[in-house]
Each structure stands twice: as C-alpha cells, then as structure tokens.
Write a protein that binds this ligand. Structure first.
Ligand SMILES: Cc1cc2nc3c(=O)[nH]c(=O)nc-3n(C[C@H](O)[C@H](O)[C@H](O)COP(=O)(O)OP(=O)(O)OC[C@H]3O[C@@H](n4cnc5c(N)ncnc54)[C@H](O)[C@@H]3O)c2cc1C
Length: 384
C-alpha cells in the first residue's frame, strides 16, 4: 500500500514528495498535466524573505523565508542565485528613505546579519549605471540582496530529487476521488490508459488553486477553508535591466512592482485581482497590461517595453478582511476529520518556503504512518 499519495505537481506537491521519500515512506505524486502546470511556473521567481511583509507585521514568515533562502542558495546554487535589488526613492514615493532604511535594517537582522544581508544607499555618482532609471525627482537608491530562480526548473529539480529517493512521480494522472476506508483511502485516478483504483494510507491535497475542488472529491467530505484566488500577471518585455531587480512603487496604487532580467529580456509583475472563473483559464486582462506598462514607461522611459510574452498565475489567499496586497501569505494546513488525520490539505504559501511547508505537512501525517527509516535530510540534498 502507498504510504503517502500527493495530489498536485507544483512546488508544494513535489516538496512534500521529496520530504516523504526522504523520511523513508513509499510515496506517489499525481499531477493531472505536467509538473509546474499551475502557479509554480507563473510566479515572480523570487526566493526572498519578502521585504514588504514587514509592513504587514508578518515577521515569522519573513524569518522563515530568509532561512529557507539561505538553505536554497547552498543546496541549489545552479538554480537559486543571489541578485542585487534596487529600491529607488523619489520625491513622491509613499515610503520615505528613512522608512526604507529601517525596513532593510530589520530585514538584515531577521536574516542573521550575514554578508548576504548587507544593504547600502547608492551614491549619486553611481546612478548612471542603473539601466536608465528615471532621474527626475530621484532622492535615494537603496541596494540590497535577495535571490531569484526559474520556478519551473526548481519544481522539476525537487521532483527529480524525490524520484531519486524512490518517490513515484506520475504526470498526466488526474485525481478523481478518494473514499476513506479502514487504515487509509481508496483512490480513483484517471491516467492516459483509463481509470484505475489505488490504496493509500494518507493523502496530501496540494492542488493549489484547485485545492477546494479536490477537497470536494474526498469522502467523507469536510468543509474547506474559505479562499480567494487572486490573479497576478507578468509581462515579458523585449528589453530588461541588466544590473539587477528594480522594486518600484506603482503610480496609481503604490503597490510594489518588480522589473527584472529574464532570459535576456525583461520581466515585469505583478498585479492582484480577485479571480472567480476556472483556474485553467487565467489570462492577462487589458487593464493589467496597461497598469504594468504605465509603470515601466514611467520609471524606465528609454527601455523597449514591447510585450513579447505574458501570463497570469493564481495565488491562494485565505479569505479575510482588507486589501489583497496586505493579506497574509503564510501557508495554512487543514487536517482531515479522522483521528489521526489521514488527509492534509495545503493552502497558499510561497515558492521560497516550500521545503519548510513540506516538513510541516509531513509532521501532521506522521501519526497515521508506520515507522520508517529516514534516507536523507532535505536541507542537505543538492538540487540540480
Ligand atoms: C503572480 C504570483 C507571483 C508569485 N511570486 C512569488 C515569488 O516571487 N516568490 C515566492 O516565493 N512565491 C511567489 N508566489 C507564490 C508561489 O508561486 C505559490 O505559492 C506556489 O507556486 C504554489 O504552488 P502549489 O504547489 O501550491 O500550487 P500549483 O503550482 O498551482 O500546483 C498545483 C498543481 O495541482 C495540479 N492539480 C490540480 N487538480 C488536480 C487533480 N485533480 N489531479 C492531479 N493534479 C491536480 C495542477 O495541475 C497543478 O500543477 C507567487 C504567486 C503568484 C500567483
């Protein structure tokens, strides 16, 4: 019998597969399309603590993400690379220089004050080097370090690592339903060869934007956590910056917008708008494209901002009060109703924190799993 069956081949599903296989369990992952088909190939591709989460008081998330960033820089040096980030402060920027400096100082403290957490204010004599950044009204430019990756390649690398530990990764395999029976679940799957049934002791629902749909396919049913799906759009531009990533303030609503180098071009994102349709059908709207281009053209007036590609991804945010931009980004786990729970459903989270999220998920399942001999520690396994 399969010990852990994971639904969803995004970064969280592959992360749980790696953690479960490393802990010595017989692990299978099913993905109805291909790995990274969902949000995990449509993120901003940052491996970061999330400087802006300091403003909303999510210090635990920032500390954990910075810890995970340093682990990923160590175990995946070909995939996760340090990058210079620039924050320009203008006459009319809503966060004054002292506030940015205070935020960066706190960020450095949470990150452990290492060399990688140093920041500085760039002297005016160096502003010419900044990829044509608008100079009018410019008061300060801060430079600090974070990291970036290729989210799809990272997801595939984590899946390879899981497979190397014995996990079975099954693409083009759709989860159809599960029924709880004595000691586990009977699961129905659709593969390219037709439908089949499998038995497993525990189930992990890591279906990202499809999370509550998948939960509805489990018997006995349980209410899911209320969520909003929030669409974020990125545009690939003909030309991009070469020095690093620019973190600018959107003109109309003061949200942070990133402009970064991406495969010899530029990548700008993102937007946030509540999405209510079929997660399979997300696409950038005209307003989102205009919003992003308005900002690029304002801050980088000479850059060739011809759009050569575009996509949207969906964030899973727990339903709550207030502004989407300030809503918590922490991952939340919903255990199933059985004792001990044999199902764990994973909501939200960050690409950056996938490894920590996977360990928390596995911890919830342990009481329902037999003893196993661990094979490896995911904080030490190289990803390539
Ligand atoms: C615009 C945007 C920018 C972001 N930027 C960053 C960033 O810079 N840094 C960061 O750390 N985080 C970022 N995030 C967050 C991060 O991308 C997500 O938290 C993460 O990718 C979610 O991964 P997941 O595995 O939970 O979901 P997904 O990647 O969506 O994976 C779910 C998978 O489940 C599969 N599935 C669904 N139903 C079934 C079924 N019935 N059977 C089998 N398979 C099924 C889907 O095909 C899909 O592949 C961003 C998110 C967005 C939307």
């Amino acid at each position: 019998m399969i010990d852990v069956l994971i639904i969803g081949g995004g970064i969280h599903g592959t992360g749980v597969a790696q953690a479960a296989a490393a802990a010595g369990y017989d692990t299978h992952l099913v993905e109805h399309k291909t790995l990274g088909h969902g949000t995990s190939s449509r993120s901003s591709k940052l491996i970061h603590g999330g400087l802006r989460y300091l403003e909303s008081g999510h210090f635990g998330l920032v500390r954990e993400s910075l810890r995970e960033r340093s682990i990923l820089l160590r175990i995946a040096p070909d995939l996760v690379k340090p990058v210079r980030f620039y924050i320009p402060v203008y006459d009319d920027t809503s966060r004054p220089a002292w506030q940015v400096r205070a935020g960066l100082s706190f960020y450095a403290v949470l990150g452990g004050l290492g060399k990688e957490n140093r920041f500085r204010s760039l002297p005016r004599s160096r502003w010419d080097e900044l990829d044509g950044l608008r100079r009018e009204g410019l008061r300060n430019v801060f430079q600090y370090w974070d990291a970036a990756t290729d989210d799809l390649l990272l997801t595939q690398a984590v899946a390879r690592s899981a497979a190397g530990l014995g996990a079975v990764i099954r693409e083009h395999t759709e989860f159809l339903s599960a029924t709880e029976v004595q000691g586990g679940f009977k699961v129905r799957l659709r593969t390219t060869e037709g439908e089949r049934e499998e038995d497993c002791r525990t189930l992990v629902n890591a279906a990202g934007p499809w999370v509550n749909r998948v939960l509805e396919m489990v018997n006995p049913g349980q209410p899911g956590i209320g969520i909003d799906l929030v669409q974020g759009t990125h545009l690939v531009l003909q030309e991009g910056p070469s020095r690093g990533i620019y973190y600018t303030e959107a003109l109309s609503d003061r949200r942070g917008i990133f402009l970064m180098p991406w495969k010899g071009r530029g990548l700008v994102g993102t937007t946030e708008k509540v999405f209510t349709g079929d997660p399979e059908r997300t696409e950038p709207s005209r307003e989102e494209v205009d919003y992003l281009l308005e900002n690029v053209r304002h801050y980088f007036p000479d850059l060739d901002a011809t759009v050569v590609d575009r996509w949207s991804g969906l964030r899973v945010l727990l339903r709550g009060q207030g502004d989407l931009f300030r809503r918590p980004r922490e991952m939340a786990l919903l255990p199933g109703t059985g004792r001990p729970p044999r199902l764990v459903t994973l909501y939200g989270g960050k690409l950056t924190g996938y490894r920590a999220s996977a360990l928390k998920t596995l911890k919830r399942l342990r009481p329902a799993l037999p003893a196993a001999a661990p094979k490896a520690d995911t904080a030490e396994l190289k990803l390539q």
